[in-house]
Design a binder for this molecule. Sequence first.
Ligand code: V47
Length: 358
Amino acid sequence: MQKWEDIAAQVAKGARLDEEQALVLWREAPLWRLAELAVARKREVSGDKVFYNKNFHVEPTNVCVFNCKFCSFRRPKGSPEAWDMSMEQVEELVRSFEGSGVTEVHIVGGVHPEHDIYYYCDMIRKVKSILPSVAVKAFTAIELSYMIRKASLSVEEGLKLLIDAGMDAIPGGGAEIFDEKIRAEICPDKGSTAEWFEVHEAAHKLGIKTNATILYGHIEGLEHRVDHLMRLRRLQDKTGGFNAFIPLKYRNFGNSMSAIGEVPIVDDLRTLAMSRLILDNVPHIKAYWVMYGKQTTEMALAFGADDIDGTIDDSTKIYSMAGADDSRPRMSVEQMREMVARAGFRAVERDTLYNEIG
Ligand code: V47
């Protein structure tokens, strides 16, 4: 077996990691060396820039046909804490962002048993009628797969309907962990790994850019994280359709896996760096500040991340319900720019497709 020092030296010269090398580096390399390698790779892609955007989320419902053990957001239908926004409520929320300069609306929620693809197409049209210049980044592959199958359409037909309605990009959620055995433990009834990939590959073929995530820090091992990243790298080699990868740390408040606890921040930093190093073909690694909290996000920029997501403006509950630092997540442009500057990089506003603004 190779030593971590030799693998690191090869990576520094631009070599691609194989699975075994990735595991050795992940387990054995010291934190400073991972930081050094990951930042060097980040600089090749985005120089001294770190991206942010002006965005908000719409979470139309927390009612979900699936019952993932890590989820703190879902409520069964009829629960006093369940919600299902009417189209008028969606409209009102979107109207509250008129004139705010937002460039992206991120729409994700539970997989509601009674809504169908035509309802979601109407929702996208409604958003676009109010904010015509925003990009709609909508629905995880799991939501998409469900609504498309329910309508008895092929994945391509379903995506085309949504694209015609105004869907511009697809977020990375629902990936969780691709290893089928671990997935069966943490989200036994959820859409499969194969379904997740089917939707992303079809979207890439239709020219739609997508993101990818991993949910780590629960019962998986490092070998499952490496396997997850390798599966993404293989599809990216084929299609080039992923814009960003977002490692999501399992947050343990208020769900049925709470007893597991949370991994230490050092693990988050190693995961960010290894994501940057393994995914040598994915341009952007996003440190999602809402999930990590602001301090870890600032540190993440020393470990290869080049994106911190956006203003959010208190529009998402997924992470506040799971125990994240901010119960009402919101960051001003000035706060984001200051954070990036403190970390030693240059803040650049981007749109959903990473075109620079201003
Ligand atoms: O798929 C749910 C995760 C995801 C927990 O594409 C949890 O730009 C940790 O994917 N602890 C949805 N994670 C969020 C998501 C996302 C967020 C921001 C930006 C983008 C993007 C995508 O949240 C789910 C799941 O993996 N999640 N519960 C939890 N307790």
